[in-house]
Design a protein around this ligand. Structure first.
Ligand code: AVI
Length: 338
């Protein structure tokens, strides 16, 4: 475990959250973005809104599904190579995780990083973020945990974290969440991450790769209907938080891999012509009309590496499973890693 530096107080021996940075990402934006998305043609909603408390729980369930290979394969890669990853990361790093979720993958890394200066989970879902951060702080009593509630899909002013000592910033972005950005958004995110990581900083990122479309299709159309419930929960959230009157029985889940765009598209399909209300606003649906709720891009590894290079990152190492389903890449800001 890390030692207090000169002038620094010894850490208490119980799990604790040093400070919580709430950048207040949702309430106002939610109504505005939902209305804008449902009033445009074709209708669409941003996937970041899936993650209310129920949505986050359902996503955790998705991650346990046999069909959803992404979590299983990435977790396997982290378990197998965490010691090597930790050697690259080095001592007393500041680990910043975007879209931190339930933190299972984080723990694999933390187990190999006993001298970490602090762990900074960044997530849009406040309740889930605080619950996961508290649990983690309890499980790692000597770790500083500094959660940041923010919408990292938008410009954000990142806290400077100069209140404590660290040697290097490391951005951890697992789960192939990069795939939920369009390619231009992904580039923007990678540029932002390079700014946050600063020269000498690192990026450890999970990327789902192109593969047999039937494998991908199955991952987003599981037999138990968990992904369908996750998709439909977005309408439930709009009902609960915005007083809308979506009848969930009148919408169905649709997900398919589109090889031309290299992405899974997820939609909610209106089973009949109907009008839904959000407050005073009436939203008409034709029979069969869809709300496009998510894209999940699958990358060719060489293309991803080129995108990383364009956005200020130099490849250090890439770990892949035997089937070539998934990659975990380590990149450094700027030229060379020392
Ligand atoms: C969070 N993200 C990487 C998931 C994905 O695979 O695109 C979200 C998800 N959507 C449906 N299933 C899982």
């Amino acid at each position: 475990m890390s030692h207090p530096r000169p002038g620094q107080a010894a850490r208490p021996s119980y799990g604790y959250i040093v400070s919580f940075h709430d950048l207040h990402p949702t309430p106002a934006d939610f109504r505005e973005e939902v209305l804008a998305g449902l009033l445009r043609t074709p209708k669409s909603l941003p996937p970041k809104f899936f993650y209310d408390r129920r949505g986050s729980e359902l996503f955790d369930e998705i991650c346990q599904l046999e069909e959803y290979y992404l979590t299983r394969v990435e977790t396997g890669l982290l378990e197998r190579h965490a010691a090597e990853m930790a050697r690259f990361i080095g001592e007393e790093a500041l680990l910043i995780e975007y879209g931190s979720g339930s933190g299972r993958k984080t723990r694999i890394l933390l187990d190999h990083l006993p001298s970490l200066a602090a762990y900074v989970p960044v997530d849009i879902s406040k309740e889930h973020l605080l619950a996961a951060a508290t649990e983690l702080a309890q499980a790692y009593p000597c770790l500083r945990v500094t959660p940041v509630c923010a919408d990292y899909t938008r410009e954000m002013e990142f806290p400077d974290f100069e209140e404590f000592f660290y040697r290097r910033r490391v951005v951890f972005f697992p789960g192939s969440t990069i795939g939920n950005f369009t390619p231009p958004e992904a580039e923007m995110f990678l540029r932002h991450a390079a700014e946050v990581a600063r020269p000498g900083g690192l990026l450890l990122i999970g990327v789902d790769l192109k593969k047999d479309p039937t494998v991908i299709d199955a991952a987003y159309n599981d037999g138990q209907g968990v992904t369908a419930a996750f998709n439909l929960n977005l309408l439930q959230r709009i009902n609960t938080e915005l007083g809308a009157d979506f009848d969930l029985r009148l919408f169905e889940h649709r997900a398919f891999y589109d090889p031309a765009h290299g992405r899974v598209e997820m939609h909610l399909v209106s089973r009949q012509a109907q009008t839904v209300h959000i407050g005073e606003t009436a939203i008409p649906f034709a029979a069969g009309e869809t709300i496009h709720t998510e894209d999940s891009y699958k990358y060719d590894l060489a293309d991803f590496e080129q995108m990383a290079a364009r956005t200020g990152w130099t490849r250090q190492m890439v770990w892949q499973d035997e089937q070539g389903y998934f990659a975990v890449g380590l990149f450094a800001v700027g030229q060379t890693f020392s």
